[in-house]
Design a protein around this ligand. Structure first.
Ligand SMILES: O=P(O)(O)OC[C@H]1O[C@H](O[C@H]2O[C@H](CO)[C@@H](O)[C@H](O)[C@H]2O)[C@H](O)[C@@H](O)[C@@H]1O
Ligand code: MG
Length: 247
């Protein structure tokens, strides 16, 4: 386990979910959220005076269904949803993906074995974990669909055996900047922990604001590999909370 040697008192902490807090599962709804993690995140948020947010490609409704009582400050849908206060109002930063796109994606999935569409409203995930070899061909098909519709407001963001169709105007970086502009994050140093290509905007935003970026299980240019596995991240969170309780 890699230790992050920094005084957490001054940090605003941004945590990705899949591949960072949670082990990757075969299907999105098959992830396991340990009870201990929920308790540790609640304690860590308190320790940071509330300056902790989950920043995910999942929707906030989905985050709440996974994390039970936590109801954290959060951004969902790759920056498209923001919840500034725990359990509070969810602000939509973008329009939903147009129905024309949704229909084309459903049609594509219906004729491609192993493709699964996860409709999140503000963005749509096109999963291909069941047929990993089709990635390149699938990307070409998705690009052709967006080109055909002439919609320049949407783009394709690659993730872990998934392509996210999302508004190009928002990402995890815009979410970090929005949180950092307001209490309880304002005046703290952002720390972003993530595992995926989709986290690179979050890494960059944290670093640009004088903060830190740590990756999980993979290397990204200019980003320190902080952890090897989500279990390491969970252990670090537990140890960080434990340290504060013992002090
Ligand atoms: O930004 P994140 O919190 O990391 O969320 C990214 C996407 O995670 C989910 O998909 C990924 O994890 C699934 C469960 O482990 C896995 O089955 C899938 O192959 C991965 O792509 C989620 O379903 C997406 O909506 C998130 O955008
Ligand atoms: Mg992730």
């Amino acid at each position: 386990m890699t230790q992050i040697a920094y005084d957490m008192d001054a940090v605003g902490l941004f945590l990705d979910i899949d591949g960072t807090l949670l082990d990757i599962a075969a299907k999105p709804h098959e992830v396991v959220v340990p009870d201990e993690l929920v308790a540790d995140l609640a304690a860590l948020s308190k320790q940071l005076d509330g300056a902790l947010a989950l920043v995910s490609g999942r929707t906030i409704a989905d985050i709440d269904s996974l994390f039970g009582s936590l109801r954290p400050r959060a951004s969902g849908g790759h920056g498209a949803e923001l919840r500034a206060n725990p359990g509070g109002h969810v602000e939509l930063a973008t329009e939903p993906v147009p129905d024309t796109v949704r229909e084309e994606l459903e049609e594509l999935a219906s004729r491609n074995k192993g493709v699964m569409v996860e409709d999140k409203g503000v963005c749509i995930a096109v999963h291909y974990r069941e047929e990993p070899t089709i990635g390149t061909a699938l990307h070409l098909e998705l690009a052709a669909i967006l080109d055909g519709l002439g919609d320049r407001t949407l783009g394709i963001l690659p993730g872990r055996l998934v392509y996210e169709i999302k508004h190009v105007s928002h990402d995890k970086g815009t979410a970090v900047r929005a949180f950092m502009a307001t209490p309880p994050f304002h005046g703290r140093r952002p720390m972003f922990i993530g595992d995926d290509v989709t986290d690179q905007a979050g890494f960059a935003a944290a670093q640009a604001a004088g903060g830190f970026a740590y990756s999980v299980g993979r290397d990204y240019p200019g980003v320190k590999r902080g952890f090897d596995t989500p279990a390491d991240v969970r252990a670090w969170i537990g140890a960080t909370v434990g340290k504060a309780e013992a002090a």
